[in-house]
Design a protein around this ligand. Structure first.
Ligand code: CP
Length: 332
């Protein structure tokens, strides 16, 4: 797959208000970049609940949310993050747009640039379309491109907010911790992006899933450092944190093997038996209650970090917008 660095635009390094970076691939998020974004998110987190703290640092700029696949969390959190920084926001609303009349992605992105949009959060069903199609169009117009999810391949901002949730849970000490991801890993861009970023941050990843939902490690090295098992008990052993992942029905073929999902459900019983030291339960959402995660565990404020993940998503995306326009700290 063709890959482009996070710093790609012609005016890279400038902080004159033009886009200087792009976030396309989780693999491009180095540990120093992640730490920079976490520090910025720490400063920005209070802005979410305290409107009087907000400052229009990106006033005069416009973000377009261009989502070719459904979304609640990512689309709304990008939108709110931009608004909390003083940006204007527009939603492409793909289902009612001229995409339905056959307009190409290139032409839609050129139209957004011509409308004066300065940043695009793009979600698309094709794995490499951000790098292959969107970046060349938007970079030429100095428009910031942020990957808001690509096929079953990339969800870098979700990986960032998940890692940030672990970072806050474990007081900044991620190295040496173990996260178990359980469920439909093979079809999950969240699992793939998390495996990559957490490895860069020194977190050990175990995968508990039936064999048909194991990632193909022969063709994809994103999970090269993860420990794969079909046993939930084995996957949960020594876990400091657990992430449940939903079944990605929309990405299954007709020949998909029937799986007894109950064997992989994350619930209080499984944690008590196999992961007594687990401090945090995560789920990227949307969740199917009492399928991959028990409703009681999802709602247990003593261990469930699911609401915090959503809030952290806003702070991380605020940090990312500032970073995309050339800032590595939140100006005082
Ligand atoms: N986690 C996530 O990407 O959720 P949405 O599909 O609702 O954005």
């Amino acid at each position: 797959m063709a890959r482009v660095s996070t710093t790609v635009l012609p005016n890279a390094g400038a902080s004159n208000g033009s886009a200087t970076r792009a976030l396309l691939c989780t693999e491009d998020i180095t540990a120093p970049i992640a730490r920079t974004l976490f520090f910025m998110a720490d400063d920005l987190l209070p802005w979410i609940t305290n409107p009087e703290q907000r400052r229009p640092l990106l006033s005069g700029k416009t973000l377009a949310a261009a989502f070719y696949e459904n979304s609640t969390r990512t689309r709304l959190s990008f939108t709110l993050a931009a608004q909390y920084l003083g940006m204007q926001t527009v939603d492409l609303s793909v289902a009612t747009s001229s995409v339905q009349k056959g307009e190409t992605l290139e032409d839609t992105l050129l139209t957004l640039a011509a409308l004066g949009v300065n940043a695009v959060a793009l979600r698309h069903g094709e794995n490499t379309i951000h790098t292959d199609v969107a970046l060349p169009v938007l970079a030429a117009k100095n428009v910031l491109l942020l990957n808001a999810g690509a096929g079953n391949h990339e969800h870098p901002t979700q990986a960032l907010l998940d890692a940030y949730t672990l970072y806050r849970t474990f007081d900044g000490k991620l190295s040496g911790k173990t996260l178990c991801m359980a469920g439909d890993i093979a079809h999950s861009r969240v699992a793939r992006s998390n495996a990559q970023l957490l490895n860069a941050l020194g977190v050990k990843v175990t995968i508990a899933a039936p064999a048909c939902w194991h990632p193909n490690t022969n063709t994809d090295n994103a999970f090269a450092h993860a420990q794969l098992t079909e046993s939930l008990a084995e996957g949960l052993a020594n876990a400091d944190a657990v992430m449940a992942l939903r079944i990605q029905h929309e990405r299954h073929s007709n020949t998909e093997i029937d799986v007894n999902v109950a064997h992989y459900q994350i619930n209080h019983g499984a944690l008590e038996k196999w992961a007594p030291n687990c401090k945090a339960v995560l789920h990227p959402g949307p969740m199917n209650r009492d399928v991959e995660i028990s409703s009681a565990l999802a709602d247990d404020p003593n261990i469930s970090c699911i609401p915090q993940q959503v809030t952290h998503g806003v702070a991380i995306r605020m940090a990312l917008l500032l970073w995309g326009f050339g800032l590595d700290t939140v100006p005082a």
